[in-house]
Design a protein around this ligand. Structure first.
Ligand code: ADP
Ligand code: MG
Length: 254
């Protein structure tokens, strides 16, 4: 290939925004010449790097956009500490089948049992698989919706929350909602129902949800929707945080 052709090729790759291919072009051309690689294989090698880089950039972008409070991947979750939790069940969830099937996942249990950790881990897996994901707390979401209503941008904000491939609502129930907050949250969940899943973490049993949402009718309608076909995981084991604290105390007192 002469210099003019090479320049045209680089121009074309630039126009097509194939920057990783541009970076690797001369090295791959050299390898192809030395190794007598077939045209198809050369093109495959070159496009493969571009695809990999884009996939990784997309994953990073989605993880950033998700707004996880801390990055807690599944590899850092100690299943031995979560007695009663079936590793296979969680591993099955990491395949993202529940997202395809539009089934919600609900983690119920005491504080410190790893609900947020597991919800984050599933969220990170979803980002890797290409789903736009958003992590919010119940309280944060309700406040955002109330503000959006005041600013007359509610329908736009609801549309955004309805559109995420996966929505994680953490700590539902730690603080009860105002009547307005409960109604707006209901709207978001109703919009997503059977279209896109939510992961919910809560320290309240379903029987106590009227305390969170106030109105028994609204609570009934909401529970009906979110528990429909949902994966419900009861985190009945001891608090990991408490166990760690006790371990440290014992170590320090020795
Ligand atoms: P919850 O949301 O149920 O209150 P968190 O997920 O916030 O609990 O867990 C509390 C802390 O303990 C976090 O730092 C979390 O990463 C850690 N943790 C909880 N369970 C485990 C576990 N089984 N393995 C590793 N770390 C855990
Ligand atoms: Mg939590």
């Amino acid at each position: 290939m002469n210099a003019a052709m090479n320049a045209m090729l680089l121009d074309n790759l630039k126009l097509l925004s194939l920057s990783t291919m541009i970076q690797n072009l001369s090295a791959k051309l050299r390898q192809a010449k030395e190794g007598k690689i077939a045209y198809e294989e050369f093109l495959l090698n070159l496009t493969e790097i571009e695809v990999q880089v884009r996939r990784e950039n997309g994953r990073k972008r989605r993880i950033k956009e998700a707004g996880f409070p801390l990055l807690k991947p599944l590899e850092t979750f100690d299943f031995e500490a979560a007695t009663d939790l079936d590793v296979r069940y969680i591993q099955e969830l990491t395949t993202g089948e529940y997202i395809e099937e539009k089934r919600n996942v609900i983690f119920l249990g005491k504080s410190g049992t790893g609900k947020t950790h597991l919800a984050t881990a599933l969220g990170m897996e979803a980002c890797t698989s290409g789903y736009r994901t958003r992590f919010v707390t119940g309280c944060g979401l309700a406040n955002e919706l109330i503000e959006a209503r005041d600013e007359k941008i509610l329908s736009r904000v609801i549309k955004r929350y309805a559109g995420y491939g996966l929505l994680i609502i953490d700590e539902l129930g730690y603080v009860p909602f105002s009547k307005e907050g409960a109604e707006l949250l209901f709207q978001v969940l109703a919009e997503r129902h059977e279209k896109r899943p939510v992961i919910i973490t809560t320290n309240m049993g379903f029987g106590d949800w009227t305390q969170i949402f106030g109105d028994p009718n609204l609570t009934g309608a909401l529970l009906d929707r979110i528990t429909h076909k949902a994966h419900i995981i009861n985190c009945t084991w001891e608090s990991y945080r408490l166990k760690e604290t006790l371990k440290n105390k014992r170590r320090n007192s020795k």
